[in-house]
Design a protein. Structure first.
Lengths: 451, 452
């Protein structure tokens, strides 16, 4: 779609007015860039619906009320409730809010400024008791920037410095404060088995265990064994005939227990084939429920990976192939995994990833063989299911949370511009620090100043 | 300039000598002149950059040059004819800011003024980043010194003829460029050591002093030359100083000045210093705040090489907005997109595509940002950057519209010779058959390792 700048600027400057019959008061920005008034029953009318679960509906209607989707279907057979606000999406594409399977949103502001980073706790490798919700900065400038491109949900994970880095939270990219934005705490355990973690190898000074992959593997095993032992001691202490004081609570070991019981997934990051095999060996030993992460250079064991029957986060596929690999070895990884029946999700972490560019990673995988519908699923329903939100997020279905995006074209194409984002059925003000700067300086281009 | 032709002969001789000694698998360098005299690509959507897009168009590559572009072209007998129905053809993509193929030798961070560093001395033509860029349609790159120093080293311009010798990859007779920097990187690198500069005041003062030194040096030579001209046989020549010679060449206007610079105030300071010392700034690189002062920079003629949507990674990138490129263009500035990254260099076409989204660039405007405009920044726009008769036959065939996410490079021609063909098994390279080297740092000059 080609829009001359001046028109585009005008649309951008007055986005909530573009093509809709909702009053201007909907754009009032309250705390943390949220709307002041509660969401009203709203119908998105006339757009092409990409439902994810039940195909494409040309000229469809989505009705949202009370924060949920209450109706989805063709315009001919889907009633718009009387009194509902109507968003005219004629010529637009309508799809569920995007779900980024791994981000650092709210843990970092300016990468180069240490004071604004709470990415990982590097004092030890085994840090399961680090909870990202304790650092999550709901007012980060990064979140409005990401949601303006249609990302409505994300997993917030610690950085991959430790072999057990901490526990992830799931967030909604909209809400007046932290409590409104965190959907669920401790949804997964972030684990890494990769050469990069061996940072303690210091050949010029005192080294600290572990400095090798052997060391890392043995330390991880010991941690899980310690947790099993801890649980056994606590179980014994809970018996009526137990004498003496109960064992002291150990937050670190306790944090591992839900994962040892397979109640929640472990997101296990590995890059090389042999790292994947070693890490999966440990995971099997302790019956962990695994989501594999990255697999960037594991192209030679894809059949084996498929036989694990675990889902895979492929990152943004921007990590570079090794010198001996074909240029598209990583671009084609999503297609190769999906072809083997593996459930995949994209994330924006890796290479030069940025949360707002999540859909373009999925689109690039389409260029390298991933079916379009699977690519869309891998940034919506698949990550939702992997982290336990399959019933509430990831598709345009009745009863799901009303996270809906309206764009002027194909969501996976870099040329497409998102026109409006709805989260919990609320019309998100299409404002970020970046749009504010844009509007402030737009008059220099000769475009009409913002009204 | 290097004596390219004779160096090439030397390499060819060496190659021939080695060819008999080594098993074929170890030959990194194939014969260098295998291009057919004529290639005609037909029935494509031809995006010329300078004169619009031709549906069902054709292009004729003859002896390394573009010999015709249009609805139809001559097809000489014996020409290789490619039916490109449904495909798109563009000029080769040009990256005006790269640190690829320089290993970990990007920054000589031992002094804030190192203008005699020649990046060609670090150029590793087996770096995998070159291959991966080629597979993304990149045919010309400006390989720059890093940004640790206020005045860094002198760039090398290459054609991405991956598999050929180092000398054969040099862009013949390209203008010389020198890298300057400003802002956070120099002050961080030297400030950490408690050396000058550790502030922006220090940064610019270091630069002014360097030019004062150069002026004094030039004056001693002027005096000497005047004596010689007068026939003074006793005149003693001043000592040649590589560093001062290079700075003198900046003041003489012999070097294109390429400045790493983020903030609006610094563009203005840099232009003021350039005016004071009488040189021109060719381009600001990164230039993430150009949208704030584009109307003031436009009259100077300085261009920019910017990121499409990178932002927030450091304080001086905090006001970056993805509309910067298009807004700056509308304010009258010549805008190119660049990678500064071994990652982005592989998909600069998508970065251009984003400009349609962020500000509504036309497809021509967006494509110009990765072809003709970067060619101008490097100073080779008379030879590459558009599909025009007489220009170098650097041509990419894409499966679909290159500004879409779905675009893949199918074939890359450089000087009329096929260097990449995705339909080939293995790497898809036609001239490279050896072992690649791992790339150095991520290829960006803003990495934490920078200057250390």
């Amino acid at each position: 779609m080609k829009i001359p700048l001046r028109t585009a600027a005008l649309i951008a400057a007055c986005l909530p007015l573009a093509g809709l019959s909702i009053g201007q008061n909907a754009t009032q920005v309250g705390p943390n860039n949220t709307e002041l008034s509660p969401a009203k029953t709203t119908a998105i009318v006339g757009g092409k619906l990409l439902t994810v679960t039940h195909g494409t509906i040309e000229n469809g209607v989505v009705v949202m009320s009370g924060g949920k989707i209450i109706a989805v279907g063709p315009a001919a057979s889907t009633k718009v409730p009387s009194g509902a606000l109507v968003f005219d999406a004629k010529g637009m594409t309508v799809y569920p809010g995007l779900f980024d399977a791994e981000t650092h949103l709210g843990l970092t502001e300016v990468a180069a400024d240490a004071n604004s980073n709470d990415l990982a706790e590097p004092s030890d490798e085994i840090m399961p008791h680090m909870h990202v919700y304790d650092a999550f900065h709901a007012e980060t400038v990064h979140i409005p920037v990401a949601r303006l491109n249609g990302v409505t949900n994300a997993i917030v994970a610690p950085d991959s410095e430790d072999s057990v880095a901490g526990q992830d939270s799931a967030i909604q990219l909209y809400g007046r404060d932290r409590d409104a934005m965190i959907l669920a705490r401790d949804v997964a355990l972030a684990m890494n088995f990769e050469g990069g973690v061996r940072r303690r190898a210091n050949y010029d000074g005192p080294a600290k265990f572990p400095t090798t992959r052997m060391g890392l593997a043995s330390q991880i095993r010991q941690a899980f064994l310690d947790a099993q032992n801890y649980e056994a001691e606590r179980a014994a202490a809970a018996k009526p005939d137990h004498k003496g004081p109960p064992p002291k609570r150990d937050l670190k070991l306790e944090a591992l227990l839900p994962y040892l019981k397979g109640e929640k997934p472990v997101v296990l990051s590995a890059y090389q084939s042999y790292e994947v095999e070693v890490a999966m060996g440990i995971a099997k030993e302790f019956h962990l429920k695994v989501i594999l992460n990255h697999l960037t250079h594991a192209q030679d064991i894809l059949d084996e990976i498929a036989s694990y029957h675990v889902p895979v986060i492929v990152g943004p596929i921007y990590d570079a192939p090794s010198p001996d690999q074909r240029y598209d070895a990583v671009y084609s990884l999503p297609a190769e995994l999906q072809k083997r029946g593996v459930k995949i999700a994209f994330s924006s972490l890796g290479g030069s990833g940025d949360v707002r560019n999540l859909p373009y990673a999925a689109g690039y995988a389409v260029a390298y063989g991933l079916p379009y519908d699977e690519a869309l699923k891998a940034i919506t329903l698949n990550p939702a299911e992997m982290f336990g939100f399959g019933d509430s997020l990831g598709s345009l279905d009745v009863g799901k949370t009303a996270n809906v995006v309206v764009a002027n074209g194909d969501p996976l194409d870099v040329r497409t511009a998102v026109q409006q984002v709805f989260i919990d059925g609320a019309m998100v003000p299409m404002v970020s620090r970046q749009t504010q700067l844009r509007d402030q300086y737009m008059p220099l281009t000769g475009a009409a100043p913002k009204q | 300039m290097l004596p390219v032709a004779s160096a090439e002969r030397r390499w060819t001789t060496l190659f021939l000598a080695l060819a008999f000694l080594l098993p074929p698998g170890l030959l990194a360098q194939a014969p260098e002149n295998s291009s057919p005299a004529d290639v005609v690509i037909k029935n494509a959507t031809v995006m010329t950059v300078t004169h619009g897009t031709i549906e069902h168009g054709s292009i004729w590559l003859h002896n390394g040059k573009i010999a015709g572009v249009g609805a139809s072209v001559d097809t000489p007998a014996g020409a290789t004819v490619i039916d490109a129905s449904g495909k798109y053809v563009t000029p080769g993509i040009i990256d005006p800011h790269s640190h690829s193929a320089l290993g970990n030798d990007i920054n000589e961070a031992t002094s804030p003024v190192t203008p005699s560093m020649m990046m060609i001395d670090a150029f590793d033509n087996s770096d995998k980043a070159l291959y991966q860029a080629l597979a993304g349609g990149v045919t010309t790159e400006l390989l720059l010194h890093g940004s640790a120093n206020m005045i860094g080293g002198q760039a090398v311009v290459i054609k991405n003829k991956f598999g050929l010798s180092r000398d054969a990859m040099l862009f013949p007779n390209a203008p010389r460029s020198i890298k300057f920097a400003s802002g956070e990187n120099p002050k961080r690198v030297y400030g950490r050591r408690n050396e000058l500069p550790s502030t922006r005041m220090g940064n610019f003062e270091v630069m002014r002093q360097a030019f004062e030194d150069a002026k004094a040096y030039m004056a001693t030579w002027d005096a000497y030359n005047a004596k010689v001209a007068k026939g003074d046989k006793d005149a003693v020549a001043p000592k040649k100083d590589l560093k001062l010679e290079a700075l003198a060449d900046v003041l003489r206007g012999k070097l294109y000045v390429q400045i790493h610079c983020y903030r609006a105030d610094e563009f203005l300071t840099e232009e003021a210093i350039a005016k004071e010392y009488g040189y021109k700034v060719r381009a600001f690189h990164h230039a993430l705040e150009m949208y704030k002062v584009g109307d003031r920079i436009a009259p100077t003629g300085t261009g920019i090489a910017t990121f499409a949507d990178w932002w927030g990674f450091k304080d001086e990138a905090w006001d970056a907005i993805p509309w910067n490129a298009v807004m700056s263009m509308r304010e009258g500035v010549r805008v190119a997109l660049k990678s500064d990254s071994n990652d982005y260099v592989r998909r600069l076409n998508q970065e251009a595509g984003k400009m349609v989204h962020y500000g509504g660039a036309t497809e021509d405007e967006a494509l110009r940002m990765i072809t003709l405009n970067p060619a101008w920044i490097i100073g080779v726009d008379d030879r590459v950057g558009s599909l025009d008769t007489g220009k170098d036959a650097d041509v990419v065939i894409w499966n679909t519209d290159p500004l879409s996410t779905y675009a893949r490079v199918e074939k890359v021609y450089i000087d009329g010779d096929l260097f990449f063909d995705s339909s080939l098994p293995g790497l898809g390279t036609t001239h490279f058959h050896g072992v690649m080297h791992e790339a150095g740092f991520g290829g960006a000059d803003d990495e934490e390792e920078d200057g250390q």
